[in-house]
Design a protein around this ligand. Structure first.
Ligand code: GLN
Length: 487
């Protein structure tokens, strides 16, 4: 077994017991990246020298018996929309192609303080808008299970890198599904915490009322370890909540038979037959294990996508106004002020980003604000109320993550609406601000597919508890295409 194949917990144990050094682990990870990334294209920037330097520092501390953090020596990849001091942060956009932030996002600092070692920044759909990484201004990341297929998005680089065993841990961001959908497509664990649980400071804003950072790992236990590190109040983010953070690892290896589990019927109706069958077979395993289920209804689910695709673009149109050639990133013309604004946006931003800006500006315009944006907010309130009601009777919900497995690159090129349907089982959860995790459920014609556990606000613990049990019952193996890019 190669060091890069280890899960986070296995690597942590090996480092603690002195079986290998951080430098050896980080070197192994770079070997793996060098061997596979010309095919996978998960990374846009690598930080090898800095990473090896930090690994040596940690090894020295350990050798001297100094205290090291809970993730000391663990390699991590960061989605390229999180600010990293002195390291390019492009959002996979031409307009930020040369942007080097002067500061770290809070999550990046937290991981670093815990001893994790950043190995690079991962590819994504431009400004996190998309479901396939095809909207990256640089290149499309490949699905490691089938190189002709997409890895999902927008955090496709992060999910593909964990699935390829290039890293045991990557961070992504999830506004309408961008952690859970690529986790489902790549066969890894991907968790979106409750809105407010993890600081968004230093995350380049897409839709501020929906964006949330979370981890990709290969096991639920690894995700629990990471949540322990990245959660918590941050004075730099006024939407981060000042609530005590439980120890998520305490929720592992626990019985779940006392928990009430709901199955939201609309989610099962909205997915392909094969996905439904597979997810139901996963649920049967829990049933055999002694869990009880009740069918619940969230009638506004079908309207959620419409609401999401008004609210997210509306917020994006405002957030992205700052990219004008003056304050951030590239400037594409200098003749006169207006030309500079328009050319910089025309050249610097891709088609999908422009589509969202236009859609959002239209939805917020004086004549249409009430009919579109306000109506979408009302739908959002209904969705939240429906979840509240269901959660007064259930502890968690289980549902599919995506309506289909991964699709071919280019399949939706002329059809943004079909692309948007990818988010049908994930976006409602962002609208309600809830925590949810996708874990691998099995395979459909060789492609992985996820199953989703959704929880009450700030109850990531119970979500972890159920997902951990489910993972153990499902025994989806192999967990990664570890022998390389689908060879
Ligand atoms: N696919 C969704 C979109 O394009 C979700 C994106 C996200 O979660 N960042 O908006």
């Amino acid at each position: 077994m190669k060091l890069y194949q280890l899960t986070l917990q296995e690597a942590k144990k090996g480092l603690e017991q002195g079986e290998f050094t951080s430098e050896e682990l980080v070197s192994s990870v770079f070997e793996r990246i060098e061997e596979t990334d010309s095919d996978i294209k998960a990374f846009v920037t690598l930080t090898k020298e800095k990473a090896l330097e930090k690994a040596r520092e940690i090894d020295k501390k350990r050798k001297n018996g100094e205290k090291v953090g809970p993730l000391a020596g663990i390699p991590v990849a960061i989605k390229d929309n999180m600010c990293t001091e002195e390291v390019l942060t492009t959002c996979s956009s031409k307009i930020l192609e040369n942007y080097v932030p002067p500061y770290n996002a809070t999550v990046v600092n937290k991981l670093s303080e815990a001893g994790a070692i950043m190995v690079g920044k991962t590819n994504m759909d431009e400004f996190a808008m998309g479901s396939s990484t095809e909207n990256s201004a640089f290149y499309t990341t490949k699905n490691p299970w089938d190189l002709k297929k997409v890895p999902g998005g927008s955090s496709g680089g992060s999910s593909a890198s964990v699935a390829t065993a290039q890293v045991p841990l990557a961070l992504g961001s999830d506004t309408g599904g961008s952690i859970r959908q690529p986790a489902s497509f790549c066969g890894v664990v991907g968790m979106k915490p409750t809105y407010g649980r993890v600081s968004r400071y230093g995350l380049v804003a897409f839709a501020s009322s929906l964006d949330q950072i979370g981890p990709f790992t290969r096991t639920v236990a690894d995700t629990a370890e990471v949540l322990d590190v990245i959660s918590g109040n941050d004075p730099m983010d006024s939407t981060s909540v000042d609530l005590e953070v439980p120890k998520h690892t305490d929720y592992l290896d626990k019985d779940i038979s006392e928990l009430k589990i709901g199955l939201p019927k609309e989610y099962f109706e909205l997915v392909d037959d094969e996905v439904r069958t597979l997810v139901n077979s996963g649920i049967d395993k829990l049933r055999d294990d002694g869990s009880e289920f009740s069918e619940v209804s969230l009638p506004t689910t079908e309207q959620a996508l419409n609401a999401y695709y008004l609210i997210a673009p509306a917020e994006a149109s405002s957030n992205l106004a700052r990219y004008d050639g003056v304050r951030y990133g590239n400037r594409f013309a200098t003749s006169d002020l207006k030309t500079m604004y328009t050319e910089s946006r025309k050249e610097g931003l891709g088609d999908e980003v422009k589509r969202r800006i236009m859609l959002g500006t239209y939805a917020l315009s004086a004549g249409y604000h009430d009919a579109l944006y306000l109506k979408a907010l009302k739908v959002r309130s209904l969705i939240k109320e429906e979840f509240d009601k269901v959660f007064s009777e259930c502890d968690v919900l289980i549902a599919p993550t995506t309506p289909t497995p991964s699709f071919e690159e280019g399949a939706n090129d002329d059809d943004p609406l079909t692309m948007y349907k990818n988010d049908i089982c994930t976006a409602p959860i962002n609208l309600a601000g809830l925590p949810a995790v996708s874990i691998p459920c099995g395979f459909i014609e060789g492609l992985p597919i996820g199953i989703q556990v959704i929880g009450k606000p700030f109850d990531e613990g119970t979500v972890i508890q159920v997902a951990d049990r489910l993972e153990k019952l499902l025994q989806v193996t192999p967990k990664t295409p570890q022998q390389g890019s689908n060879s």
